[in-house]
Ligand binder design. Structure first.
Ligand code: PLP
Ligand code: TYF
Length: 392
């Protein structure tokens, strides 16, 4: 029976980890999978998380089941950061549940949307490959629109056209900030327009916020999401703590649903709970509990925000340095300065990507997407020289 299964391709981004590990050169550079790295090239556990984990070991008195919704203290503690301190549940219109990472949240959001009658998902191209993969697995059709225009800014005409052409039974999946893979985000003005258009459309917005705080700041990175939620009757938000709390493998995320009528929330969330039970039953607890302990403690919260600031400042410095290199060989690195988050795309040909790996030991996705956090004062000049070499 099982031999009927067909070989599946490996995840191209995760496969890069092995390719880089297997390269014996001492000066190799890993710009592949999206994890933050310090100026020393490390991905350490946040100090605030270490302290919270210590506290967890000392104070946690049980590991008994919590239920499919997970740790609701964690879910609620995040809400002022996502939806704003003024009115974190928008007058009782928002409720959430814990999920295994942002990916678990996306899986639930898309399955919940499908249960509600959504058959098509409108999504920018390029995007994070898992978006398409989840839609495909659920049997949802994906209608793509172009994310970035030739000049390296967002293609607003494509967004306008996609929303205008959409109707009942459609959802639109938008990156809240730090677009993966392009780093090209909507400006506040763009979000204002998108929110207005969605406010007049029956399309269900699904906002994926996986990098809050890594772009312009915690508040700034939530601008678009808040604008859209203020304009529409209902929406879903997929949140990940795996980057902004550095919890990657602990799988920490949440799904939030906003609806017009607060009384409908119980019914809506019961579908999330049922879907969770059918998928993973209950989310892993440890990382979410550590985030909750950080957010319940003023000093740990300040420490976490400070660590997040340092990450953002460092990535901005790398971006500024790349941008300052300007036209390098046959490519212009200057747009990277105005982009956000971990990723940017350099328009390498597939042959140039291979040459960067083979000749220079520099590893990044086949799309030309680099993880800017993989660059440090120790390797950035080497990277710029390699770009000049292969694109000249
Ligand atoms: N959404 C986007 C756009 C991402 O890049 C990621 C990547 O890590 C996720 C969601 C999900 O992250 P995780 O499942 O690791 O929390
Ligand atoms: O795009 C990235 O590199 C991150 C990490 O299947 C990631 O989002 C990549 C692939 C994957 C899961 C996470």
């Amino acid at each position: 029976m099982l031999t009927n299964l067909q070989q599946q391709p490996a995840d191209a981004l995760l496969a890069l980890i092995k390719l880089h590990n297997d390269d014996p050169r001492a000066d190799k550079i890993d710009l592949g999978v999206g994890v933050y790295r310090t100026g020393q090239g490390e991905t350490p556990v946040f100090g605030a998380i270490k302290a919270a984990e210590q506290k967890l070991v000392e104070t946690q008195d049980s590991k008994a089941y919590l239920g499919p919704e997970g740790d609701m203290g964690f879910v609620h503690a995040l809400m002022p950061y996502i939806f704003g301190k003024q009115d974190p549940d928008m007058g009782g219109r928002i409720e959430g549940m814990q999920t295994p990472g942002g990916t678990g949240s996306l899986r639930l959001a898309l399955a919940m949307a499908q249960r509600a009658g959504v058959t098509r998902v409108i999504a920018g191209k390029p995007s994070w490959p898992n978006h398409n993969q989840i839609c495909k697995d659920l049997g949802l059709d994906v209608v793509e629109f172009n994310h970035a225009a030739a000049d390296g800014t967002v293609d607003m005409d494509a967004v306008r056209g996609a929303i205008a052409a959409a109707g009942e039974g459609d959802a639109i999946l938008l990156h809240g900030c730090c677009h993966n893979p392009t780093g090209i985000d909507y400006s506040h003005e763009n979000w204002d327009e998108i929110a207005d258009l969605l406010g007049k459309s029956p399309v269900l917005p699904i906002i994926d916020l996986a990098y809050q705080g890594l772009g312009q700041g915690m508040e700034e990175d939530a601008y678009g999401l808040r604008r859209v939620l203020a304009a529409v009757p209902d929406a879903l938000v997929c949140y990940s703590c795996d980057k902004n709390f550095g919890l990657y493998r602990d799988r920490v995320g949440a799904l939030y649903a906003m609806t017009k009528v607060p009384a409908d929330l119980t019914k809506i969330m019961s579908n999330g709970h049922a879907l969770a039970r059918a998928n993973w039953s209950q989310p892993p607890d440890h990382g979410g509990a550590a985030v909750r302990l950080v957010l319940e403690d003023e000093a740990l919260t300040a420490m976490w925000l400070d660590e997040l600031d340092q990450m953002r400042v460092r990535m901005r410095q790398v971006r500024d340095k790349l941008a300052a290199a300007g036209v390098t060989g046959g490519v212009d690195l200057s747009p990277i300065g105005g982009q956000n988050g971990l990723f940017s795309i350099i328009p390498f040909t597939p042959e140039q990507v291979q040459e960067m790996r083979a000749k220079h030991g520099i590893y990044f996705a086949g799309s030309g997407r680099i993880n800017v956090a993989g660059l440090t004062t120790g390797n950035i000049d080497q990277f710029i020289a390699a770009v000049a070499d292969v694109t000249a």
